[in-house]
Structure formats: structure tokens, C-alpha cells
Design a protein. Structure first.
Lengths: 971, 182
């Protein structure tokens, strides 16, 4: 219920929201948890395993219990912490992990079975029969235990990723963080202040107090105003720093739109990568609970959370509150409650020597040993000495002390150090280079300690950055000592929870120890303690203490589990932002792209390029009809296709020829100007890297081509060879793929077509010849090369002219009975001729396998030559390129067997790489690798494709099916 | 005889104004890659001097009026705005790349806010002042990025990826605008 006069919520702005189908009203500034508590709702969830009724434990991102589903119009987000979800008009939420209603969860039957469901239960029980595990046991267990559920549809929400850079990253928003930010900002450093809450102040917003003689709120407002006015400060609220990585890089998750109604283009979350020269970790501390019997009922929460709900949200979580704490600071919660008019039933303090001077009953030397209330706390049982008594109460505020929130300091393998004074782990210094933990995160629990250490860390960072501190006065503040006694577990009847999120109790940890899972890491895995979404923030230290006790060791001797990123759960959608659809695959478009689409050509991806598959004509119903027509068109008249996506690299300098001799298997330094040569490149390991052509444009200038998909790989390879082996040569390599639009003109009428186009006739340009030409006055390059086996040319113009030239070429081709062809036809044309692509040059084949062994020049060395001669890379035992023919459909990827042999992986003699139907030959053709294939031309092999259900007898032969002498392309 | 009509990469594309920033195509013009041969630096300096240019240090740009000589890699620079001077042919490998690049201009107060969605570099004014250039990434697209002045960046990407680059920039602006709406 609300308490008048408290909190920083905006009471003039009521906000309506829904939880489990019911309408509620809160105020702007409320979290879902505070608004529900204000409405008297204590039951917010069901536990993971036993389906116990649960309420809110904390008021921060470490919340283990109050996890809900947020329902958007198109998406559903499970496991949202009610303590972090701000309410907004129209927010729709519901509880999760239940069967039936939250109040009457049918799965609560698990709770009755809890005596049998202890740690290791699954491992021991579901062993037999073995096959039942996958079909029966696992699905059942998964249904019974769990978190929220996904919506079943892809999340179409907008997510974003971004970078930020600064001199000093301050993580946190409490007094230590503000002091550090102010100190660095005044000195002129670029500061990013990042924290997960929507407003600055940290614990000061909950604890109040005086700073510099004024209410803390005034100090916060003053610092915030100054920071916001400075151009070198960026305040990132609602931004949780999730991980510390190498070189001062931090991951951070910003809730951009999760606290507002959805809107087009508004990101839900943004994942930041912040690069900071120095960082200050001022993430505060997290309060521990106490493992007393039946400590999990709705209404039992951390004392600091009770204080936060009261002072920050103006909500009393109960009408009659009891405090159970073994430290002085928690008593402030009781005093604040009483000052606000909330009844405090009692203070239970296990310390026998603690003060009992309060305005309410104080039981020193006492412990809570039980609780009651099915859906919410109604009373607690207290033991003092030998007597026990009941206290009627609807809210128990618990404090077992504080754990510094040091998680980020462990993200680069640093282990924290145990502090006997604080009964807590504190950060190891310099565990993350450049990051300093300050304030409560470093064990300085007073406000004075926070301010002092925040300022000192910022000054140290400034010194590292070469900046002079500008002088920030340290305001006076509370400096109370941390008077406490460590209390972990309370003995008594009933279960005592350590890890609420995963339903792990003291008994489970003791059982793990008894069954010799006594190491911290073993216990964790055996019990699942610390493996829930809260990553053990609420339970790690408690569980270690219980384990230490069970195994007769001290806590530091028992160990500590590892904290890994992320600090809070990060949605995959945020980390993968920008990767949906074509987000990580930019489209590379040909200059002829629009012209092809105008002709309704379906586009297919080749690497990142989009190339026309075929150009359908009216009446054609399948791609095969179009493809067959285009193949015949090229063989009989003339076809035009865009080959701009092939890689093109300019090789210039007086050592250009020498360089090509080194990287190609053949000889290029002797190539005359104006001539082109086919070349094969090997990797250093002797396998084929790529093939292509090199044209000599002038004495010191070559232009080489690569296959489309290997363009980058070849460019990288050439750069490596240049830099590693011949850096001093007179040589420069420049990729020019994008600079030219290049079109193949192929077919018996190719020359006739070009003669109508070019400013001067083609004349007698020989096969594998090059000439500079002009088209309508535009300088162009003409290459006589053929990937179709027909009379073929490729013409290149500056990219700006690409579209115009393509349209012109196609129009001219059509007057000659030709037209455009796509890569389906291009593929058929090249298979008929036995020309290679990366289907054949798949990275595992050698020149000898391809039948191109003779291309490795004996007159010179080249990259890969020596390795290509290794035993195992040569010889008849390897698959050799052959051709296959069949009258029945066959498929690429199929394997080849001897007829009559058993079909097993071991008896496979080869595989098929490329397949097409040849409309010219009227048969199915394939290129394949067959063991000792060249000696077996004329044999019959059995082709088996289990995937497509094919089993066909084929004839083997040479890989060139059409015009083996090449008369058509030379003529 | 043929008559070919040139179509620059962003032909017909108007500016996009969102979140107080402007995205627009850069006017097309000559772009040459100048790759110095080993030991040619002194000769190159002499040939560039009459243009008011010097061969840029890594990550820098040398400017004179509309001419830019932008560092593009080891011993390499892009010459924008004119063809290379006579005589440079023996000093450097020259390639005319004019149609190979698509240029985008992104400008306006706080323009870095849009670019930090797309570019992993530290673009703070102090670290990346006017005249600084880098080859980096625009989302997934290789890009040459030049800061022209405090509020304006010139970004050049391979021509084939122009549409994706435009879409990536436009999306960043739209999201910034959505963030700013209350």
C-alpha cells in the first residue's frame, strides 16, 4: 500500500497496466514490482522446481523470484524482472511457470514431492530404462521445471548495436559513481556514466541521509545538473554494463524502448560496446538473505528492498513488518518504516550483544526458525535461547550482510579475495586492467567511503590520462562503521532456501558435500545453485558458507565460483542486432540489376552478388524451359550476360610479369602485350586456389580475373605473397572489380553483334587476344575469351555506362535472334565444355586431379609447386575429373560406386560436382571426381544419391562433352 | 554505332533528413588510386606539390580546394577531384576508380551519434578531427571514411553495395529520430 509523502514517483501521472489479466494503476516512476506491492499484490511468481508461491525478494536486477512475461503486440518477453520493468500506459504482463492460475498452480504438487526431488535426483532416478530418457523423462521434467515461455514466433522487434568511446567509464550511479564522474568531468575528461536504473542516486535514493549538510537528494540534483551541462559527459541511464573484455572494452545493454509503448523504428534494446581508457566500477553492493527454515514466502524480502520500496516508491510492502538482521545498518529500515507510520512488529537480531533501544520490540540473540502463510507471509516463528514464539507479521525484512557487486572484476579471470572483516568477497586489485572498484563495490560501505574512494579513483585515472584534477571538494557524509555479525543459515525444521531462482536448499548443498561433490564448482553443478538467471547473485556466498560448514573448511578455503559475462541476462536479439534478414550480408548489385529485373529475371545469390538466374519468356512455365532456350540461343545465335562480378585485379609495375609467374602455375612474363592466358593458382599446400585469366594491357600492366566467389580470397592471397615474399619488387596490386561493368557476348553471331556496336570493327582479334576499343566514344576493353565454348568476347566499360551498355547489347542481340542469358544457362554451357568452377575447385583438389597437371610449368617455381608433388597429392588413387552421361536425371553431391559393389561410405569411388541437362546433346551431363578416373573412360559407374533417392548407371568419359577441339570458340 | 548514357550510382536519389541530420549522395567525380612504387615518395612529392597536395600520412587527408588526397593503405592514396598529374605514371600505379565507388555525405550537429551505430571507430572530434580518414566498416560494408568538417562525414563504399549502405545509414537516422520522440 502507498505511503503518503514518500518516494520519487510522480503521483500526478497515474499509469494503468495489466498483470495476469487484471487492471492495476500505479504511478510514473514505478516498477512493476513496486506498483504491484502498492496494489497489495505479493504473489508474483512460482519457483522453478517446486512451484512454490513467490513474491519479490529484492528491488534490483538481481531479483530471483519475480520474473514475469511482458506481452507486446507481436512479441512476448519471458523472465523479465518485475523489479526492473518500469510501468507505462498499456503495459501487459503475466506470471510464468505455472499450470492454471498463479494462485492455484497445478504443478505445485511438485512441492509435496520435494522430499524426493533433492539434488542429483534426476541423475539417480531416471537411469532406467535408458531409452525413456529422451522420449519420456526429459520432456516431463522440462514441462514441470522452468522459466517463462517464448511466443513461438520470431521476435520482429527493433534492436540496435552501437559503439561508444570515452576516457573514463563510470559504472554505477550512487555517491561513489557521481563523485568519480564529477571529478573526471571537471578535469575535462570524456566521461560516460552508465547505470541500469532510470535515475541517478543509487542507494542514496533509498537511504536518504545528508551530504554536505544537505539532504542527499539536493546533492544528487546538483551533481546531475552540472554533469548534464558539460559537453564531455554522457549519462547513460537504463544501461547495464554487462561485461568487461580486453583492451578496455565493455559490453552494455541499454533498455531503450522497454519502458515505453512500442513505436515504429524505436529500438527495444541497444547493445553498446564501450571502449574506455579507464573505468571505475561503482556498482554498489547486494544484500544477502539468510537461510532460515521456510524463508521463501511472498512477503519475505531483503531489508534494503523494503527500504527502497518505502523511500523511493512510497510503498509499504506490509502493514506489520518484522526485521531479521544481524547488522546495525538494517535497523534504519525499521526506523524509516516507523517514521512513515508503518507498524514494526519486532526486530529479531541474532547478536546477543546488540542494542535493544528502538521504538519497537527488539529480540536480541534470537533467530527466525519458521514461517507460515500459503500465498503470503502471515507469521514467523522466533527462537530465543530455549523458547520459541510466534510473531504475526505480513512482511519480514531480512539482512544477512552485504556482498560487494564485484562481478565485472572477475570477467577476465580474476578471483575475488575473502575479507574476514566484512564477511564478504572483495575485488582483487587490477583484476581487469584499467578498472578500479570503488565504494561499496570495493567494500567501503559508508557514504563517506563511497565519496572518498570515488574521487580518489577518478584522480588516479586522470593522472593516467595526463589530465590535472580541477579540484572537487569532498562533501561531509555519514561514515558509520559496518557493525555486523556473519549469519548464513539457521538450523530448524523445514527447508531453508539458498538459491530461490533454482530452488536449491541448505539440504541440497549438504547432500552434495556428503556425496563428495565438495568443491565449489562440483557442488554448483550437482545442485544447480547459481545457475539461474540471477547467476547466483543472491546465493553464491551463502551456499559457499554452507558448503564450508558441511566440509569443515573455511570459506576462502572452499573456493569461489567464477563470475562470467553477462552481468545480467542479455537478449540474443540485442547481441545479434542488425543481423536479421540481410543485415550481415549487404547486397552487391550489378549495374545491369534493374535491366534484368525489368525482364523479370529471378535473381540468385553468388557470394554477396545478385545475378540473374534466367530470363523468362511468355509461355515458359519452368526455369528449365528458359534455361534450355538460352543455351540453344548461345549455341546458335548470340547471348549476352553480365560477368562483372568476377574479381578483377590490376597488377602493375616492372615486376608484374615476374609476380604472376610466382603466383600462377603457368608462365606469364613472356605473354605478349595484347594477349590473354588462362592461369591456375595454387595454395601454398599444393591444392588449387582459383583459376582465371590474365591479360597483358601493356608492358608493365596486367589485368587478372578471378572467379566471383573467390575474389576476396585471391586478393588476400596475392597481398600476402606480395608482402611476405617480394615486398621490394616494383609491383602494385589494385582490386578493380567495382570499376568496370563487363559483359560476355557469346555465340556464332558474337562478332557480328560487336561490329554493329563498336566504333571500329572487331576485325581479326584472335582467340585470347585483348584490345582497347571505344563504344560511342567511351573507352572500353575488349577481351576475346569464352566460358561457353562459342565464339566469345567480353567487353568492359566504366561502371557508370554498365546499364546502358547492357540494354544496348541485349537489344542488338535480339535483332540477331539472340538475347540475354542467366547463370543457369551459363552453367550448362560451361559443363558441356568441361570448364571449371569452385564446385570442382573445392579446396581439396590438385591440378593433377583436374587433369591440368601439365599446366604447372617445369621451367620455373611457383607458389604450391613443391607441395603439389608430395606423395598423396599425386597418383591414380586420387579422384580425377571425368565426365558422366546419363539419360536419367542425376544430381550433384551423389556418390559413385562400382556396379555390383555394396553401397557403403567405404566403397564410394568418387562424387559428382556439377550436373546439368544439355538441351544440345539431349542428355544429362555431370562433372565428377572418380578414383583413377582418367584411365576408366568408357566404364559404367553406379551413381547413388540417398538424399534425392537416385540410383542410376552412368557412362564415364572425358570431361569435355562438346567440341573437344575448341574449333567453335577459336573460329 | 552506339550511344551510351552514363548513370551515376545514386542517380535520382534525393537527400534524407531525419533526427536533424542529412544523408545525401556525394556528387560523382574523378577518383584515382595512387599506389606509390617502392622508393618513389620523393618523386611523388615533387609532382604533387604544384597541385598543393602532399602524399598523406596514414589516416590523414591532404586537401587543396576541391582536391583530396586521402590515405588508403600503405603507400596508397585516393586522389579525388582530378586525374593524376602527368609524369606520375612512372612513380605510382594509377587506376581510375571513378565509377567504382559510391559516395555518401552524412552531416548535421551530433552526426557521430548516427555513425557510432555503423562504424566501430572512435569518431570523437578530438580523436577524429576534420581531415582524418580511415578505411573501416560501415555496418558490414568496407568503407573509406573522411571527416570533412566538424559536422560532416564523407563515406565511400564499393559501388555494388551502394543500396545497402544507403539503407543502413537511413535506418540509423530513423532510429535516432524515434529515440528523440517523446
Amino acid at each position: 500500500m502507498r505511503v503518503e509523502g514518500r518516494g520519487i514517483i510522480d503521483r500526478s501521472r497515474p499509469v494503468r497496466f495489466r498483470f495476469d489479466g487484471r487492471d492495476y494503476t500505479g504511478f510514473r516512476g514505478d516498477t512493476l514490482a513496486s506498483a504491484l506491492l502498492a496494489n497489495g499484490v505479493r504473489l508474483m511468481g512460482r519457483s522453478f522446481k517446486y512451484h512454490r508461491p513467490r513474491g519479490v525478494l529484492s528491488a534490483g536486477s538481481e531479483e530471483p523470484n519475480a520474473l514475469v512475461e511482458v506481452l507486446g503486440k507481436t512479441n512476448r518477453t519471458p523472465n523479465v524482472r518485475a523489479t526492473m520493468q518500469e510501468i507505462f500506459e498499456g503495459l501487459e504482463t503475466r506470471s510464468q511457470n505455472r499450470l492454471g492460475s498463479l494462485r492455484h498452480d497445478l504443478m505445485a504438487v511438485n512441492d509435496l514431492l520435494s522430499p524426493f526431488l533433492s539434488a542429483g535426483f534426476y541423475y539417480k532416478t531416471f537411469m532406467w530404462p535408458r531409452r525413456f530418457w529422451e522420449s519420456l523423462y526429459e520432456p516431463l521434467i522440462r514441462r514441470a521445471a522452468g522459466l517463462g515461455s517464448l511466443g513461438g514466433v520470431a521476435d520482429e522487434g527493433v534492436y540496435e548495436k552501437a559503439w561508444a568511446h570515452c576516457d573514463l567509464l563510470v559504472i554505477g550511479e550512487g555517491p561513489a559513481a557521481l563523485m568519480a564522474a564529477l571529478t573526471a568531468a571537471r578535469a575535462g575528461a570524456d566521461v560516460i556514466l552508465a547505470d541500469e536504473n532510470p535515475c541517478l542516486g543509487g542507494r542514496l535514493l533509498s537511504d536518504g541521509g545528508l551530504i554536505g549538510g544537505e539532504p542527499a537528494a539536493n546533492w544528487i540534483a546538483g551533481v546531475e545538473a552540472e554533469l548534464r551541462a558539460l559537453p564531455n559527459v554522457r549519462i547513460m541511464t537504463r544501461t547495464t554494463v554487462t561485461g568487461a573484455y580486453d583492451h578496455g572494452t565493455y559490453g552494455a545493454l541499454e533498455r531503450v524502448g522497454l519502458h515505453r509503448p512500442a513505436r515504429p523504428n524505436l529500438p527495444r534494446e541497444c547493445f553498446w560496446r564501450i571502449v574506455a581508457a579507464r573505468a571505475v566500477l561503482a556498482s554498489g553492493a547486494q544484500e544477502r538473505h539468510i537461510a532460515f527454515p521456510m524463508n521463501d514466502r511472498p512477503g519475505i524480502m531483503l531489508a534494503s528492498a523494503v527500504r527502497t520500496y518505502l523511500n523511493r516508491f512510497g510503498v509499504a510492502p506490509g502493514r506489520r513488518v518484522t526485521l531479521f538482521a544481524a547488522n546495525d545498518s538494517a535497523r534504519a529500515t525499521a526506523r524509516d518504516l516507523m517514521a512513515a507510520g508503518v507498524q514494526v512488529a519486532a526486530i529479531i537480531d541474532p547478536r546477543a550483544d546488540a542494542s535493544n533501544v528502538e521504538d519497537c520490540p527488539v529480540h536480541t540473540g534470537a533467530e527466525v526458525v519458521g514461517s507460515r502463510g500459503r500465498h503470503g507471509l502471515r507469521g514467523v516463528r522466533v527462537r530465543k535461547g530455549s523458547e520459541t514464539f510466534e510473531i504475526e507479521t505480513d512482511c519480514l525484512a531480512v539482512s544477512g550482510g552485504w556482498n560487494p557487486a564485484l562481478h565485472l572484476t572477475c570477467h577476465m579471470n580474476g578471483r575475488p579475495r575473502w575479507s574476514e572483516d566484512l564477511a564478504a568477497f572483495v575485488p582483487m586489485e587490477a583484476a581487469v586492467p584499467g578498472l578500479t572498484a570503488v565504494g561499496a563495490a570495493n567494500g567501503s560501505f559508508s557514504t563517506h567511503g563511497a565519496l572518498t574512494t570515488g574521487k580518489a579513483a577518478a584522480e588516479a585515472a586522470l593522472a593516467d590520462l595526463g589530465l590535472r584534477p580541477a579540484g572537487v571538494a569532498l562533501p561531509a557524509a555519514e561514515d558509520a562503521p559496518y557493525n555486523h555479525r556473519a549469519i548464513w543459515a539457521v538450523a530448524g525444521e523445514g527447508r531453508a532456501w539458498l538459491d530461490f531462482a533454482n530452488d536449491v536448499t541448505v539440504r541440497d548443498v549438504r547432500l552434495a558435500a556428503a556425496e563428495n561433490y565438495a568443491g565449489a564448482e562440483h557442488m554448483k553443478r550437482y545442485t544447480t545453485q547459481g545457475m539461474a538467471p540471477d547467476q547466483g547473485k543472491n546465493s553464491n556466498v551463502l551456499a559457499l558458507a554452507v558448503l564450508a560448514d558441511a566440509t569443515g573448511r573455511d570459506i576462502p578455503g572452499t573456493g569461489v565460483t567464477t563470475f562470467r559475462p553477462p552481468y545480467v541476462p542479455v537478449s540474443i536479439a540485442a547481441m545479434g542486432a542488425g543481423g536479421r534478414g540481410k543485415g550481415f550480408a549487404p547486397e552487391r548489385l550489378l549495374t545491369s540489376d534493374q535491366a534484368s529485373r525489368d525482364r523479370l529475371a529471378p535473381m540468385v545469390e553468388a557470394g554477396l552478388w545478385y545475378r540473374p538466374s534466367y530470363f523468362p519468356k511468355p509461355g515458359e512455365t519452368t526455369w528449365r524451359e528458359a534455361c534450355d532456350r538460352e543455351v540453344r540461343m548461345v549455341r546458335e545465335a548470340v547471348g549476352v550476360t553480365d560477368v562483372s562480378s568476377l574479381g578483377k585485379i590490376d597488377v602493375q609495375g616492372s615486376d608484374a610479369g615476374r609476380f604472376l609467374d610466382l603466383v600462377y602455375t603457368g608462365m606469364f612474363s613472356t605473354l605478349p602485350v595484347g594477349r590473354i592466358r588462362y592461369g591456375l593458382m595454387l595454395r601454398e599446400d599444393g591444392h588449387v586456389l582459383d583459376d582465371g585469366t590474365a591479360a597483358r594491357l601493356d608492358d608493365r600492366h596486367f589485368l587478372i580475373t578471378t572467379t566471383t566467389g573467390a575474389a576476396d580470397q585471391v586478393a588476400r592471397h596475392l597481398d600476402f605473397v606480395h608482402q611476405a615474399f617480394c615486398a621490394t619488387w616494383d609491383l602494385r596490386l589494385t582490386p578493380v572489380t567495382e570499376v568496370y561493368a563487363q559483359f560476355a557476348v557469346a555465340g556464332p553471331k558474337a562478332r557480328a553483334l560487336l561490329d554493329t556496336l563498336l566504333d571500329a570493327p572487331v576485325g581479326d582479334l584472335p582467340f585470347m587476344g585483348y584490345r582497347a576499343v571505344t563504344v560511342g566514344g567511351v573507352a572500353a576493353r575488349l577481351f576475346r575469351i569464352s566460358f561457353s565454348g562459342e565464339q566469345g568476347y567480353e567487353i568492359a566499360v566504366p561502371a557508370d555506362y554498365g546499364e546502358a551498355l547492357f540494354r544496348d547489347l541485349v537489344a542488338r542481340a535480339e535483332t540477331l535472334g539472340g538475347g540475354p542469358y542467366g547463370i543457369e544457362a551459363l552453367n550448362v554451357l560451361r559443363i558441356e565444355k568441361g570448364f571449371l568452377t569452385h564446385a570442382e575447385m573445392d579446396g581439396r583438389v590438385t591440378a593433377a586431379d583436374l587433369g591440368l597437371g601439365a599446366m604447372i610449368s617445369a621451367k620455373k617455381d611457383c607458389i604450391g609447386k613443391a607441395a603439389a608433388q608430395r606423395p598423396g597429392l599425386t597418383g591414380a588413387a586420387r579422384g580425377q575429373l571425368i565426365g558422366l552421361q546419363s539419360d536419367e536425371p542425376i544430381s550433384a553431391g551423389a556418390h559413385l560406386f562400382r556396379p555390383g559393389e555394396a553401397i557403403t561410405p567405404e566403397t564410394s569411388e568418387g562424387h559428382v560436382t556439377s550436373v546439368c541437362f544439355s538441351p544440345v546433346l539431349g542428355r544429362w551431363l555431370a562433372l565428377a571426381f572418380l578414383r583413377n578416373g582418367r584411365a576408366r573412360h568408357g566404364e559404367r559407374v553406379r551413381l547413388v544419391d540417398h538424399l534425392r533417392g537416385l540410383d542410376v548407371i552412368c557412362e564415364t568419359g572425358p570431361p569435355v562433352f562438346l567440341d573437344p577441339d575448341g574449333g567453335r570458340m577459336r573460329g | 554505332m552506339a550511344e551510351l548514357i552514363a548513370k551515376p550510382v545514386f542517380a535520382g536519389q534525393g537527400p534524407l533528413e531525419k533526427a536533424g541530420l542529412t544523408l545525401e549522395p556525394l556528387p560523382s567525380g574523378p577518383i584515382w588510386l595512387v599506389a606509390l612504387y617502392p622508393g618513389a615518395a620523393a618523386r611523388a612529392a615533387k609532382l604533387l606539390k604544384p597541385l598543393g597536395l602532399s602524399f598523406p600520412e596514414p589516416g590523414r587527408c591532404s586537401s587543396a580546394d576541391d582536391l583530396r588526397l586521402i590515405w588508403a593503405g600503405r603507400d596508397q592514396a585516393f586522389l579525388l577531384g582530378a586525374a593524376p598529374p602527368e609524369g606520375l605514371t612512372d612513380t605510382a600505379a594509377l587506376t581510375d576508380q571513378s565509377g567504382g565507388w559510391a559516395g555518401l555525405s552524412l552531416s548535421g550537429p551530433g552526426v557521430e551519434a548516427a555513425l557510432t551505430r555503423l562504424v566501430p571507430l572512435d569518431l570523437r572530434l578530438r580523436e577524429f578531427p576534420p581531415g582524418r580518414a580511415a578505411r573501416s566498416l560501415l555496418n558490414q560494408i568496407p568503407a573509406l571514411i573522411l571527416r570533412e568538417d566538424e559536422t560532416r562525414f564523407a563515406i565511400r563504399v564499393p559501388r555494388s553495395m551502394a543500396r545497402s549502405a544507403w539503407a543502413d545509414c537511413a535506418l540509423a537516422l530513423e532510429r535516432l529520430e524515434a529515440r528523440a520522440e517523446r
